[in-house]
Design a protein around this ligand. Structure first.
Ligand code: ATP
Ligand code: MG
Length: 181
């Protein structure tokens, strides 16, 4: 029989405490979890500031910090493709076989359901603050973003000068907008 293996996808820009909670909860239901890093090829934009490799580093360190057994998960970078109708096949090509998908994204749910895959909507933890958008907003506004992330992820962001990057990108996008007016 197939192993009880699940798939969870997030862009993780950056990895935050909500991602860790959902991973911990999902691991109670599956033997193994495939964690897909979505839009893996994207970086250096306002909503996708970090590279796929940086996000792999954040997630690896955060799961280690939370003492999650590394034999129970696989971290797989997933690049975007232009065709939604081919996306499920693209994901399946890159991941170990799985029997269940955990996602709160309605398009992801629809595409997997059309492929006859079982889809589960996991609960959201403290969503008003545990959200990538909120973390990036706080970074830009010099508010406390550190409290929303595992310590090890804070360290990675400091190592790669992530906050400086986000501020510089934002300034550039604002000045380009002003120039277009
Ligand atoms: P962004 O605001 O940049 O879109 P995000 O917080 O929505 O970031 P994503 O990287 O888009 O996070 O990942 C989305 C997936 O991560 C969701 O489908 C959900 O499974 C999980 N997730 C994100 N935030 C939470 C949370 N607070 N609680 C539980 N799961 C979460
Ligand atoms: Mg999101």
């Amino acid at each position: 029989m197939d192993e009880n293996r699940g798939l969870l996808i997030g862009r993780m820009q950056p990895v935050h405490n909500g991602h860790i909670s959902v991973i911990q909860e999902t691991l109670k239901e599956v033997d193994e979890l495939i964690i897909g890093i979505g839009s893996a090829e994207k970086s250096h934009t306002d909503s996708n500031p970090f590279t796929g490799g940086e996000r792999i580093l954040m997630l690896t360190k955060a799961l280690r910090e939370h003492k999650i057994d590394p034999s129970r998960y696989y971290i797989i970078p997933l690049e975007d493709i232009a065709c939604n109708s081919l996306w499920v096949g693209h994901v399946k090509m890159l991941t170990p076989p799985f029997c269940r998908v955990y996602s709160g994204n309605s398009l992801v749910q629809q595409l997997f359901e059309e492929d006859n895959m079982k889809v589960v909507q996991p609960p959201l933890f403290n969503r008003t603050i545990y959200s990538g958008t909120e973390v990036r907003r706080r970074m830009l506004n010099n508010e406390n973003w550190e409290e929303l992330l595992p310590k090890s992820v804070v360290n990675v962001i400091k190592e790669i000068k992530g906050v400086e990057r986000i501020r510089k990108l934002h300034k550039k996008e604002v000045s380009e907008l002003v120039r277009k007016k």
